[in-house]
Design a protein around this ligand. Sequence first.
Ligand code: ZN
Length: 125
Amino acid sequence: MKIYCQECGAGNSPESKRCRICNASLPAADAKPDYGKFDFEAKPVAAKEQQPPMYLLWSLALTFCCCTPLAILGIIFGIQSASAFKKKDYDRAERKSETTRKVLVWGTVLGFVMWIVIFVSGILD
Ligand SMILES: [Zn+2]
């Protein structure tokens, strides 16, 4: 059984008195083991390493119901965002993702307006 350093979390053999990494004094081997809180802690992924959303499903949904030109723009910007991310151009990927979102919001709003206009003009006719 290993004993874990309370300073740096490194595992040390039970007979060692001091940590092999940071030289802090270790608890006795028969003390209750402190199961490496450091070892199991998930490292948070930096925001930059997360791919910004492509909104591809939204674009596709928009393509099939209304406002096709904006939906196609959405697909194009989404793909540009993803390819910028692959080239590790995170700022560009972020900007393109944001543009995609704006285009799709407009496409959705205009699509709704279009359908309402069609609906209303159908009633008035
Ligand atoms: Zn240590």
